[in-house]
Design a protein around this ligand. Sequence first.
Ligand code: PLP
Length: 358
Amino acid sequence: MKRAAFARINLAHLKNNLAAIRKLANKSKVMAVVKADAYGHGMLEVCNSLIDADAFSVAYVNEALELRENGIKQPILALQGFSSSDDLQNAIKHDIQVVIYHTEQLKLLKSISNTANLDVFVKIDTGMHRLGFAPQEFESIFTELKSFLSPKSKIRLMTHLACADEVDNVATQRQLEQFELAIKDISCEQSIANSAGILAWPQSRRDWVRPGLVLYGINPMQKEITSPVELRPVMSLHAPLISIKSCKKGEKVGYGGDFCCPSDMVIGVIAIGYADGYPRHLASTPYVSIGAKKAPIVGRVSMDMIAVDLSSISTRVGEIVELWGETVLVSEVAQHAETISYELLCAAGNSVYKEYIQ
Ligand SMILES: *Cc1c(COP(=O)(O)O)cnc(C)c1O
């Protein structure tokens, strides 16, 4: 453990969240999204504890290989598919499903004499304009793909929603319509919904749902739309209080002297900073939780320290403070930092020691 800050990962909450999603999307199979080291929660630990997931998905074939090497037996989908023949050979050899979204991939597939029973998801670009085939080219791509994949290969269809976290955005409805238009009467298993789709767009819950953020207990919806299922935050971020001092009215705290005490104050210093993934840029003031009380951050976030106002809290040096978790939600901190929960979870999870509780 190199740094004082640490993340606690509650695996019971993770399992509860999966169960809640399963109940809501009760006609769908669940593909748990564990890319980016499971959003900073630890990919192997998360997969090992989600034995109920029907499948996992990662961004890269390499991540899928790591799961196979560590004995994960469920189907695994690489969302960015392959872009080299090495990746393709590995996917075939280790039974990793891939997303097909580009004609270059068709060429690579054709150049291989035996694709065994490689299973694929063909991605249709219904409006996000990131990855996928245009709806009008989909039919010919599908026909071509079928002509050289083995009859044992499963071909499934997918798309990705760009605005599902906004309940009043018409873009989602349009994407769903584009999807229907593209696939016409081709009957294959389908997958559309990400976390926001699962929570807010029942029509997007098809054969497979692809929850990421909701699994980790965070509501992705904008405008504080409440989740229809109970979500429990899986990660909480902690660090010790290492100093408590009195400051006089008019004294300044931290780099640049940005914060000037409006009255005599008690200032606490916590051993966490932007090197631990705590956001440096704060447009407004987030709180940290000490015992059951909330203390506002004062001054700039340093590399491995932040200061808080302890004027109305009695505590002691050595106390472990919660930066986010169940009292202060990571989504609240993200709002103050003008970013999203996803970024904070990845940044902190990839920086600090992780402690797992069952
Ligand atoms: C990351 C990702 C997801 C999961 O998104 P969440 O918003 O975390 O649920 C689903 N599908 C694709 C294609 C993704 O890249």
